[in-house]
Design a protein around this ligand. Structure first.
Ligand SMILES: NC(=O)c1ccc[n+]([C@@H]2O[C@H](COP(=O)([O-])OP(=O)(O)OC[C@H]3O[C@@H](n4cnc5c(N)ncnc54)[C@H](OP(=O)(O)O)[C@@H]3O)[C@@H](O)[C@H]2O)c1
Length: 221
C-alpha cells in the first residue's frame, strides 16, 4: 500500500515507518525535522503548527491511508494535534485520499470538547481504580494536552473521511509483541499500558479491517 505517515520522527511514528517499510509498503514520511527518517521513505518536511497545505497535499496525494501519531512534545507545540490534523484532513479531502488513522489517548472519551460538551463521566471500560484515582489525576496534569486531543477527535469525526481513532493508555518503549486486547468505543478493563510498537502494529493491521472505519478503538495488554 501507499502510506503517508505523519509525525514520522515520534515514538509511534518511528515504529510506523519501520514496520510499514518492513511489510513492503511504500512510505511517505511527514516530519518537521527530517533527520533520522529512513532513506527508503519519501520525505515531506512540514511544520504542522504552521501547515503548508501544498506540501501536505503532495504528501497525501495517492495515499491508500494516512497514519498520524501527531501530538505536542513540549508546551511550545500546544494545540498541534488540532491544528495539524485539521490541515491533514483538508489536504486529504482536496486530493481524494480517504483513509485516516490517528492516535489519541485512553482518557479522551471523558474529556469535554466543542462537539462533545457533556461527555460521559466514565469510560465504560474503566474500572474503579481508573475512574476514581488515575484518570482524575492524569486529567488535571495533562489538561491542555487532552483538550488538544479531544478537539482533534472532533475534527476527525466531522471530517467525512474513513477514519479510525486509536486510544492507547500509557505508552511504553518495549518491543513489538503483536499480542494485545482491543475494544470499540471503550477502554480495556485493567488495561494500563501498551508499547508504541504495538500501537503501530494495530494501526497497520486496521488498514486491512474495514470494520474499524468510523470507530474509536481502545487498546491495551
Ligand atoms: N505518553 C503516553 O503515555 C501517551 C499515552 C497515550 C497517548 N499518548 C499520545 O499519543 C500520541 C503519540 O505518542 P508518541 O509517544 O508517539 O508521541 P511523541 O514521541 O511525543 O511524538 C509526537 C510527534 O508529533 C510531532 N510534532 C509535534 N509538533 C509538531 C509540529 N509542529 N510539526 C510537525 N510535527 C510535530 C513530533 O515531531 P518531532 O519528532 O519533530 O518532535 C513527533 O513526531 C501523542 O499525542 C501522545 O500524547 C501518549
Amino acid at each position: 500500500m501507499r502510506l503517508t505517515i505523519v509525525a514520522a520522527t515520534g515514538g509511534i511514528g518511528r515504529q510506523l515507518v519501520e514496520q510499514a517499510l518492513a511489510a513492503g509498503h511504500e512510505v511517505t514520511a511527514v516530519a518537521r525535522y527530517p533527520q533520522g527518517v529512513p532513506t527508503q521513505a519519501r520525505l515531506v518536511a512540514v511544520d504542522l503548527a504552521r501547515p503548508d497545505q501544498a506540501a501536505l497535499a503532495s504528501a497525501v496525494t495517492g495515499a491508500d491511508a494516512v497514519l498520524s501519531a501527531l501530538g505536542a512534545r513540549t508546551a511550545a507545540d500546544r494545540g498541534v494535534a488540532t491544528r495539524g490534523t485539521e490541515a491533514i484532513a483538508l489536504a486529504m479531502r482536496a486530493t481524494g485520499a480517504r483513509r485516516l488513522l490517528v492516535v489519541s489517548a485512553a482518557p479522551i472519551g471523558t474529556v469535554a470538547s466543542p462537539a462533545r460538551p457533556r461527555p460521559p463521566h466514565y469510560d465504560p471500560g474503566d474500572g474503579f481504580f481508573m475512574r476514581a484515582v488515575l484518570n482524575p489525576l492524569v486529567k488535571v496534569a495533562l489538561r491542555e494536552h487532552y483538550a488538544d486531543l479531544a478537539r482533534m477527535e472532533d475534527i476527525v469525526r466531522a471530517s467525512g473521511l474513513d477514519w479510525t481513532i486509536i486510544r492507547p493508555p500509557r505508552l511504553l518503549d518495549t518491543p513489538l509483541t503483536g499480542v494485545y486486547r482491543t475494544a470499540y468505543e471503550r477502554n480495556l478493563r485493567r488495561g494500563l499500558a501498551i508499547s508504541r510498537a504495538d500501537v503501530a502494529d494495530l494501526m497497520l493491521r486496521a488498514l486491512r479491517q474495514p470494520e474499524t472505519i468510523r470507530k474509536t478503538v481502545g487498546v491495551a495488554y
